[in-house]
Design a protein around this ligand. Structure first.
Ligand code: BGC
Length: 390
């Protein structure tokens, strides 16, 4: 594909201050959800075009932070940004992307709601010479995904399962086995089936947990161990709360069984699970015997729950770094080049293996909130204390 070349000069230099523009925003920072500012931070950068940025939802703070950071980085490089959130509604997102293409954007950065639903949009983008960067979630079934920026999603799943095993005392924080053999009662939750990531998280987690299920150290009293049953449509907190409640009333209430741990793939789901547990009489902290619940995204409400020893862990994916990679990749195309991939084998979208740039993630426990989240400026100590972004 031959892309339109926007910035003959200056875009390379723009990369140098992309990082600065993206840093310091924190996950909680947010400004207007749409933007049309023009102009860069230096007078030479006045020739930028417009980049369409499609994010899935504003119900989860990480996507607001992602959108803000991508917008800030592109604006610092001299581009206008059309940033839209799809309200977790597939037709809404498709229409937003349709109008971005119609209005003549120069590149698209898309975090899909349903990774299989954008083939028509990508066909149109290709016909119009618009490069498409798949952001965090892989767009499937189209050859016109040019590049993918994300985290090592299989490893995120491994980390989620590892944190469950650490919380149960089967592993220590270094990942070494302690000799603890259970048995522990656990229940398992997966993400939304239409999100390619959910399958990677699940595979990483189940590959890690299966040996302990096989040895009998972990028992799943419900028997629900298939992603077609454990998934949570659209990653919704209420859906997870309802399923956890059903699991409790069906398999635990009125028996001697107690839940010891729950694999959760996302902090919103974790909070739904925790609420269901509390509604059924589980109380106190993990140290007191509250079930070990995992998570993902280091959302501020969950970081506080971790600091308070109610949620056990989450996975921190620094969205500032992801946004920076998305900006870098976009500028590479607009300069007529190719972004640098660090993975060219993992992400087959059903039509082709999409060249990818994968970032690393970290497990957050109560004892490293300070070093991972506060010292890096992702959240302030006050925000952690309050459980909300300031
Ligand atoms: C992202 C996760 C997020 C989930 C729900 C996934 O695609 O990779 O970070 O927790 O969507 O928003």
């Amino acid at each position: 594909m031959k892309f339109r070349k926007i910035l003959a000069a200056g875009a390379g230099a723009a990369l140098a201050f992309t990082l600065a523009a993206c840093s310091g925003g924190g996950a909680g920072s947010s400004d207007d959800s749409t933007a049309d500012a023009t102009g860069g931070t230096d007078g030479a950068m006045t020739e930028g075009g417009t980049i369409g940025v499609a994010m899935p939802t504003q119900t989860s703070e990480r996507w607001i932070a992602d959108g803000d950071a991508v917008k800030a980085g592109l604006e610092a490089a001299g581009y206008s940004v059309d940033l839209q959130f799809g309200n977790d509604d597939i037709p809404t997102q498709s229409q937003q992307i349709d109008s971005m293409i119609t209005s003549g954007v120069d590149a698209l950065i898309i975090a899909a709601i349903d990774g299989t639903a954008l083939k028509a949009q990508l066909d149109q983008a290709h016909d119009a010479g618009i490069p498409v960067i798949s952001y965090d979630r892989l767009i499937r079934d189209s050859e016109y995904v040019d590049f993918y920026v994300t985290f090592d999603n299989y490893k995120v799943g491994v980390q989620q399962a590892t944190s469950l095993l650490v919380g149960l005392g089967i592993l220590d924080e270094s990942g070494a086995e302690t000799g603890e053999a259970g048995p522990f009662n656990v229940e398992l939750f997966a993400g939304s089936l239409d999100d390619n990531n959910a399958h990677f998280f699940w595979s990483g987690a189940m590959d890690t947990l299966q040996p302990y299920i096989d040895s009998g150290a972990l028992v799943v009293p419900s028997g629900e161990m298939d992603i077609n049953v454990t998934n949570t449509q659209q990653w919704k907190q209420e859906t997870a709360q309802t399923r956890m409640d059903t699991l409790l009333t069906t398999y635990y209430v009125g028996t001697d069984l107690k839940v010891d741990g729950v694999l959760s793939p996302y902090d919103g789901i974790s909070r739904g699970i925790i609420t269901a547990l509390q509604n059924q009489g589980y109380s106190g902290t993990v140290a007191d015997g509250f079930p070990v619940v995992t998570g993902q995204d280091a959302e501020i409400a969950s970081v506080k729950l971790i600091a308070d020893d109610v949620q056990f862990a989450t996975i921190f994916k620094d969205t500032r770094k992801l946004a920076d990679q998305a900006v870098t990749a976009t500028l590479a195309y607009l300069e007529g080049g190719e972004p640098e991939a660090n993975d060219t084998t993992t992400y087959d979208n059903g039509v082709k293996v999409v060249p990818s740039y994968l970032l690393e993630s970290d497990i957050v426990y109560a004892d490293n909130i300070q070093s991972l989240l506060v010292d890096s400026g992702y959240w302030t100590a006050e925000e952690v204390e309050a459980g909300q972004a300031s």
